[in-house]
Design a protein around this ligand. Structure first.
Ligand code: SAM
Length: 482
């Protein structure tokens, strides 16, 4: 379990009152006077939907918070408990199984949700044991009665007998026998993902930092739309700081970006700096005489298409944006309004578009292992078995992009995943299959005038990392057809 979560955890006693926000009441009449903590009740609803309906916590929680009457403090508590519990699921389950003396698969799902919430509070926040246990018991008693409440009480009391480190010592593989397994457990990641990070980083040295970064809440990155507002102006009016790597990026440490006029008026948007660098690299690549035909082959929901559209507008170019999902194509339409972008609902492998593009972006569907910090439950939902099908799709999309680009034109291949099978594996396969394709050093194209190419590794591809660059772990490679 990560220590990173502790810094932002509520202080002991901050939330162990339950005399306010009584949103949730027991169904059993006799118990109706017993209040249930509003923040924990709301967190429990999200955990339940994540488990039962495959809901995304980062989408459901904000909606429930908008509908709730919780005050600011309890909103903070509900957020911390929901996201923290989702991030730690697998490890919490190992602790619960040990304390309950049975596998979690044998525990009723609704009770397991409460146990996860309680165990998270006990091990990874400074909430007092009494509050963590008694509020959990209240949640169960309200729905399931005294018998089940007794079970939850007994398990959580057992959990509370050790702190986080003692549970790690007991349940994690030893550092000496299995360093990756030990760190994966300690930082609440499945081992296969920790191993992917090691493979991508090339050694275990930075693994701890890479895993810890997935538990940091990323600050908002804004993108200033080229030609409409500069990064400097956006930083001034938003009160943010100019980005380190992208001249269009502004870091917004606090505040709601949706309330900024520049965002409301479409001069700026929210976009991770790593994604900005991918679009910028495509725009900066040397293609000789640019005839202004640009293509984004996997464009939904349109973040990079919008940035490319602004760059194209300045250059007198046009962008074709292809997206297979109708719903996501509609999202692109919204963000590229007024820009020289044409949206096509089509499969990028057989779009029917004419070859001869100067610049093509393949921002491929991927496992998303590079943006785990944005999706609290994702690390426990993904499986290694999904990767081969993604690799096959990525290879087909990149092969088609290389067919559509003209000689001398460039294709940027990117993923929001550092998984070597999805990144260098795909690129190496297409290079091996077609001798007319060469790989170009992506680093100067990412560095631009602001940075040294060496800030982006040994090339020719670029792999960004949250713990190194404060961006999502975007990968990009630049290919040119001769
Ligand atoms: C990583 S996302 C792209 C993100 C986008 N470039 C942005 O910056 O907002 C990949 C997109 O590819 C789409 N996609 C998946 N399979 C596709 C296919 N065969 N052809 C075209 N698009 C596809 C997905 O629906 C998804 O919207």
């Amino acid at each position: 379990m990560t220590r990173g979560g502790r810094g932002s955890a509520p202080r002991r006693g901050d939330h162990d009152r339950n005399d306010r926000n009584r949103d949730e009441r027991p169904r059993d009449k006799k118990l109706r006077d017993k209040p249930v903590d509003g923040a924990r009740g709301l967190a429990l609803r999200v955990l339940r939907s994540v488990r039962k309906d495959d809901a995304y916590a980062n989408l459901l929680l904000p909606r429930l918070l908008r509908e709730s009457r919780l005050d600011e403090r309890d909103r903070g508590l509900a957020t911390e408990l929901t996201y923290g519990t989702c991030r730690s699921l697998g490890v919490l389950d190992a602790v619960i199984a040990s304390a309950a003396g049975r596998p979690v698969a044998e525990i009723d799902g609704d009770l397991l949700d409460v146990l996860r919430l309680g165990t998270y509070q006990l091990l990874r926040t400074r909430i007092g044991s009494h509050a963590a246990v008694s509020t959990s018991v209240d949640l169960v008693r309200a729905e399931h009665g005294m018998g089940q409440a007794g079970f939850v009480n007994a398990v959580l009391r057992k959990v509370s007998q050790r702190d986080e480190q003692l549970w790690i010592d007991e349940l994690a593989p030893s550092m000496a026998d299995d360093m990756v397994g030990h760190l994966a457990f300690s930082y609440a990641h499945p081992k296969w993902i920790a191993q992917v990070f090691v493979d991508a980083l090339g050694s275990v040295g930075e693994l701890q930092a890479a895993l810890a970064a997935d538990d940091e809440r990323p600050i908002v990155h804004l993108v200033a739309r080229p030609g409409q507002i500069t990064g400097e102006e956006l930083a001034l009016i938003s009160g943010g700081d100019e980005g380190r790597y992208s001249p269009y990026c502004v870091y917004l440490p606090e505040g709601d970006p949706g309330k900024l006029d520049a965002v409301r008026d479409g001069f700026a948007g929210v976009q991770d700096e790593g994604s900005q660098l991918v679009a910028l690299a495509l725009g900066r690549a040397d293609v000789g005489q640019d005839a202004g035909r640009w293509l984004d082959l996997c464009a939904g929901p349109g973040g990079k298409a919008a940035l490319l559209g602004s760059l194209a507008d300045l250059d007198g170019a046009r962008v074709d944006a292809v997206e297979v999902s109708e719903h996501r194509a509609k999202l692109i339409e919204k963000v590229v309004d007024g820009l020289p972008v044409t949206v096509h609902v089509a499969d990028g492998r057989s779009s029917g578009l004419e070859p001869g593009y100067d610049r093509v972006l393949v921002d491929a569907p991927c496992s998303g292992l590079g943006s785990l910090r944005r999706r609290p439950e994702a690390r426990w939902r993904r499986t290694p078995g999904e990767v081969p099908a993604l690799v096959a799709l990525q290879t087909e999309l990149l092969t088609e992009a290389l067919r559509l680009v003209r000689p001398g034109g460039v294709v940027v291949y990117s993923t929001c995943s550092p998984h070597p099978a999805e990144t260098t594996g795909v690129v190496d396969a297409v290079l091996a299959a077609d001798s007319s394709i060469e790989q170009v050093d992506a680093r100067p194209l990412v560095a631009g005038d602001l940075n040294e190419p060496s800030a982006f590794g040994g090339g020719p591809h670029v792999q960004l990392w949250p713990h190194r660059h404060d961006t999502d772990a975007m990968f990009l490679a630049v290919l040119r057809r001769s």
